[in-house]
Design a protein. Structure first.
Ligand code: FES
Length: 90
């Protein structure tokens, strides 16, 4: 059985690649970009139709279309690192 895959542009070179796993990237002062095969659900397991293979998820809390980013982070001056800000305690 083949795994699901997705094609998308990556990086400044606009290279088309095919991936078979989901990739989530926190963008500096912005959303979480989700690329690749994924399923987005609410907390009850109901699927949320993302309608695309790459989505931006709001992490600033100000979007009017949550869980998706609507660009409001730019007007609220949201600040966050473009990577990990440390580890969670277990
Ligand atoms: S991260 Fe873009 S609106 Fe929240």
């Amino acid at each position: 059985m083949s795994r699901p895959s997705a094609r998308f542009e990556l990086g400044a070179r606009r290279e088309l690649i095919t991936v078979d796993e989901c990739r989530i990237t926190p963008y500096r002062d912005g959303p979480l970009l989700v690329r690749g095969p994924f399923k987005l659900t609410d907390q009850d397991g109901n699927e949320i139709d993302a309608r695309r293979e790459t989505i931006a998820l709001c992490r600033c809390g100000h979007s009017k279309i949550r869980p998706f980013c609507d660009g409001s982070h730019t007007t609220t001056k949201f600040r966050a690192a473009g990577g990990s800000e440390g580890r969670r305690r277990t």
